[in-house]
Design a protein around this ligand. Structure first.
Ligand code: GAP
Length: 486
């Protein structure tokens, strides 16, 4: 029987073999925690991004999008608190020189306890860790590591240094002359591009509170412990939305977005049992409430998305550092009939990692299936049960043979469909082999054009998940796929 770890390794190999994800600069042995997306990976990633973008900006009349630059004025990161606070407590093992994030080291140990059936000890350890992290009690955290005799996976020793904080932001220089150049940061979150544009957007799009600004784009973090494939990367993509609300209403909106975002995930047909909420014990410097939406990956329940009530921290701080007013004039009337007037809105943020969502979909879709055949024998296939609307290829078109006019009919169908959704054409190999290749990349529909097509204008449609085949009219193919991807 395969363990979850084996399945995860199979998913990583499959992702490479079928053109979803490659290690970056692989011919030079790769670059740790950096990955490239291949032909099917880039399609899937784009489809996830488009689906999120549509659900935010098209389905909500009061949410608009922007595309801010990655480079920002360096004071942005001073004002946002990232220069002073965006760091993780780390500990080094003196013998192996290996550095660990303290929470990861303790969490790995907790997983070990769980695997040994020591559930209560695991719970107690994690609870203690949370309390010490909240109190920023580094001596206490080191004591916790030592009292549990936690060792380094490389050296096997517990020769630990003291715990220190490391900032996660990457910096670089702008300007050609080294002495005169300025240090700037690669953004560690996309959200700040939204905050600094808040009034530009509100005025030009003529928005009234409550309203949202959405953005997708790259973010960069110098993650010390880069693990679990594309789960924790140094260069990754976020899909974030900041929702600006009247002060005092933030908890109402926090609850709204917490539920709305979970429904977005479930709307993709993923089982609710694979999800859970995790309230933050230690809040980020800007938040008064925060919850993670966690998904059960093959390596356990982990965060995919965060919902944060960010108060007025960011706008207030940018107002202070930039000395520019970042206030909104609310001319609606309060219960006394007076306009609410000028204020700095409060913000509820939804923030999801695009790469993590991608990994979630790979993990949720991947199946090594055994097929019981009618003659009593068995066969097997690897299939990706991707949500139909997100699949890299929606329709594969196969002429049964390369002659007798069948390729011409298949090409006509391709030309009819390809302006509307992504199609794939193939003539080579037996039909069964062609089906298997499409199963492996998650193509929901395959069409075979055969000699009967010439007689009665019907084709065979084969469904990925059930493997059922039926004959339908050739001119119904396009509308059938379009309905399925709506
Ligand atoms: N603006 C708020 C913010 O950035 P976060 O919880 O640090 O909050 C939000 O990040 C999401 O970004 C996470 O839920 C995760 O999906 C994704 N993310 C964060 N760090 C990541 C990394 N190193 N690699 C991949 N995705 C990451």
């Amino acid at each position: 029987m395969s363990t979850q770890q084996d399945i995860f390794q199979s998913i990583i190999s499959h992702a490479k073999e079928y053109g979803f994800v490659f290690p970056s600069s692989e011919i030079y042995d790769g670059l740790s925690a950096v990955y490239d997306y291949g032909p099917y990976g880039s399609e899937l990633k784009k489809n996830i991004r488009d689906h999120w973008w549509k659900s935010m900006t098209q389905m909500h009349e009061n949410i608009v999008g922007i595309d801010a630059a990655i480079f920002m004025h360096p004071t942005v990161w001073k004002a946002s608190g990232h220069v002073d606070n965006f760091s993780d407590p780390m500990i080094d093992n003196r013998d192996s020189q290996k550095r660990y994030r303290v929470d990861h080291l303790l969490e790995s140990y907790a997983e070990k306890l769980a695997a040994e059936g020591k559930e209560e000890e695991r719970e107690a350890l994690l609870k203690q860790m949370d309390q010490l992290l909240v109190a920023e009690d580094f001596a206490g955290l080191k004591q916790l590591i030592e009292s549990n005799k936690i060792t380094c996976a490389v050296s096997g020793t517990s020769n630990w240094t003291d715990i220190r904080q490391f900032n996660l932001m990457f910096s670089t220089q702008v300007g050609s002359v080294a002495e005169e150049s300025d240090t700037i940061y690669l953004r560690p979150e996309t959200a700040q591009g939204i905050f600094v544009n808040f009034l530009n957007v509100q005025k030009t799009a003529r928005l009234k509170v409550p309203f949202g600004i959405a953005q997708t784009g790259k973010a960069f973090r110098n993650e010390i412990v880069a693990r679990q494939f594309i789960f924790r990367m140094r260069e990754f993509e976020q899909m974030e939305m900041q929702f600006f609300v009247r002060p005092g209403t933030q908890m109402e909106w926090y609850r709204y977005w917490k539920e709305a975002r979970l429904q977005w995930h479930l709307g993709l047909g993923i089982s609710p049992e694979k999800y859970r909420f995790h309230d933050h014990a230690k809040l980020a410097h800007y938040a008064d409430a925060a919850v993670d939406i966690e998904y059960e990956f093959p390596f356990g329940f982990k965060e995919v998305e965060g919902i944060h009530s960010r108060t007025d921290f960011d706008l207030k701080s940018h107002e202070k550092f930039s000395k520019k007013k970042l206030q909104y004039f609310d001319n609606d009337l309060d219960e006394n009939g007076k306009p609410f007037g000028n204020y700095i809105p409060y913000v509820v943020e939804t923030s999801i990692g695009l790469d993590r969502m991608f990994l979630l979909l790979l993990s949720n879709s991947y199946e090594e299936e055994t097929i019981n055949k009618e003659d009593g024998t068995t066969d097997s296939r690897t299939v990706m049960h991707l949500p139909v609307k997100l699949a890299p290829i929606k329709l594969a078109v196969f002429p049964l043979t390369k002659k007798d006019g069948l390729p011409e009919i298949a090409r006509e169908l391709m030309n009819e469909c390809k302006p509307y959704f992504k199609c794939f054409y193939e003539e080579k190999d037996a039909i069964g082999k062609r089906y298997r290749r499409q199963d492996a990349i998650g193509t929901p529909f395959c069409i075979t054009i055969d000699h009967q097509t010439k007689e009665d204008n019907t084709v065979t449609i084969r469904y990925r998940d059930s493997m059922l085949q039926e004959r339908i009219l050739l001119d119904k193919v396009k509308s059938l796929v379009e309905e399925a991807i709506m």
